[in-house]
Design a protein around this ligand. Structure first.
Ligand SMILES: Nc1ncnc2c1ncn2[C@@H]1O[C@H](COP(=O)(O)OP(=O)(O)OP(=O)(O)O)[C@@H](O)[C@H]1O
Length: 281
């Protein structure tokens, strides 16, 4: 369904005047966010800035204190959970593998929103699971218990489960955290292809700004529960912004090989460290 936002653009997801709290502690206040359909959006910002909290609320895993989250113009909290699970899949930051499920059983759990009662899995369920496991390179360990998988292998299984859900929006919280460089690139490449060729919308929390720049159409920088920059990477990322957000000096240049901007922290001895070293020396 097409939904036109207040500014005339077509957005698949909108958060309007969102405020989120854990018990009495407010984390996010009066936040607005609009996500275009079939785009890949990176959420960035320092530890504790509210990225996970935002994802939990826009995925409807948690209810905001106030404000609304609209999916195709419909309030997500007015939707039935089963219907919502066919639209939004959420891969959390880390998953405890406490149970002896096989990797394939876990991916099959992504099909629950499509299953009726105690019916066994259909041909469509099996084929969605196979496709998701092929895409994430996890079919090879389909029969292994998830308790025996490495952090990176388990992460890919969790992404496969979300893909088996065949959602319109895939939200992932630091999906590359446990992955080596090859799998980081493969997973982000896969997400990019799903956006470009299958019309998926991806919202991904990332810590690596250089990867976000290469793969995302838009980046959203958070600081202390607010969005302080939101736009195309080449338009919003400046040395001043990164130094303001992370309190670290950086150098930014255009890199021929990647075709995007590159960001490197510039090492600086702080005055406190220098004074301390002088005392020791
Ligand atoms: N369940 C919770 N109960 C109370 N406070 C929480 C809870 N989860 C997170 N917080 C607090 O909310 C704030 C934002 O946390 P959040 O996890 O959203 O940040 P983040 O940007 O995702 O951080 P990181 O990059 O470290 O994962 C932090 O101060 C954190 O301590």
């Amino acid at each position: 369904m097409q939904h036109i936002g207040v500014d005339g653009m077509e957005y698949i997801l909108e958060a309007r005047d969102l405020s989120c709290a854990y018990d009495q502690t407010t984390i996010i206040e009066h936040l607005d966010l609009a996500i275009e359909r079939s785009s890949m959006v990176g959420i960035l910002g320092p530890n504790g800035s509210g990225k996970t909290t935002l994802l939990r609320h826009i995925s409807a895993a948690l209810k905001p204190r106030s404000g609304v989250v609209l999916l195709n113009g419909v309030d997500v909290f007015a939707m039935r959970r089963r219907m919502l699970a066919r639209k939004i899949a959420y891969v959390p930051q880390s998953t405890a593998a406490d149970f002896e499920f096989s990797a394939m059983d876990v991916v099959m759990m992504g099909r629950i929103p499509y299953m009726k009662g105690f019916q066994s899995e259909s041909h469509a369920d099996m084929s969605a699971v196979k496709q998701a496991m092929d895409m994430t390179g996890t079919w090879q360990f389909r029969d292994r218990s998830i308790t025996e998988l490495s952090g990176g292998e388990l992460q890919r299984v969790m992404i496969a489960r979300a893909l088996a859900q065949q959602p319109e929006i895939l939200m992932l919280d630091e999906p590359t955290a446990h992955l080596d460089l090859q799998f980081q690139m493969e997973i982000l490449d896969l997400l990019r292809q799903l956006v470009d060729h299958h019309g998926l919308t991806v919202i991904v929390v990332l810590h690596d700004i250089n990867l976000a720049v290469q793969f995302c159409d838009k980046v959203v920088f958070m600081q202390s529960g607010s969005i302080i920059a939101d736009g195309r990477p080449q338009d919003v990322i400046t040395e001043q912004l990164i130094s303001d957000v992370y309190n670290v000096a950086v150098s930014i240049w255009h890199d021929e090989a990647t075709g995007s901007i590159c960001i490197a922290p510039v090492r600086q001895a702080s005055s406190e460290t220098s004074a301390c070293l002088k005392r020791i020396g």
